[in-house]
Design a protein around this ligand. Sequence first.
Ligand code: HEC
Length: 170
Amino acid sequence: MKKNTVLKMTFIFIAAISIAVSAGIIGAEEALTPVQELGEQIFFDMKLSIGHNQSCASCHTPEWGWTGPDSTVNNDVVVYEGSIKNDGRFGDRKPPSAAYATQSPIFHFSRGGLWVGGNFWDGRATGEKLGNPAADQAQGPFLNPVEQGLCSLSGLHCALRALIRRSLGI
Ligand code: HEC
């Protein structure tokens, strides 16, 4: 499988799990499709971070409304440390809830004169690249040095290919 295909599929799997979450499918504990299961595995897999200590769920925790899991941080400090600890590797924004991300339309200027859609506080994951803002944004955290901090796209590619093979047999 080509590198770009694996990565594109992964971001779409993550979008699929987010759709399942926001539709209440996961909360209701109904059976997931194989693609949604794979998205769930990727979302919760700490091995997809440089220190094997952080997953998407570390900053988007189900029990905390899919945002950060620490009320002190959420109320006062607002930023979370990345996978590399004790080194001042913090982002500069609070994690929004990831629960509604896939319902956001492609970033656009509405007839009412407002900018609407996209993901992130400023909408910069517009959705124009992969057709969905949540899929566009999922390209960031794995390699971002203040998040999961993986060193290379090829390392990420290998880890994801193994997960996809195991789960879907492709
Ligand atoms: C270290 C904490 C951290 C980790 C790990 C992390 N995120 Fe985030 N996430 C954030 C922050 C902070 C923002 C807001 C960034 C901004 O607006 O510039 C964000 C924004 C988002 C959004 C946008 C939500 C919206 O409605 O705009 C989604 C979706 C999301 N993250 C999903 C993920 C996924 C999927 C992963 C794993 C691949 C992940 N995050 C890993 C901190 C984190």
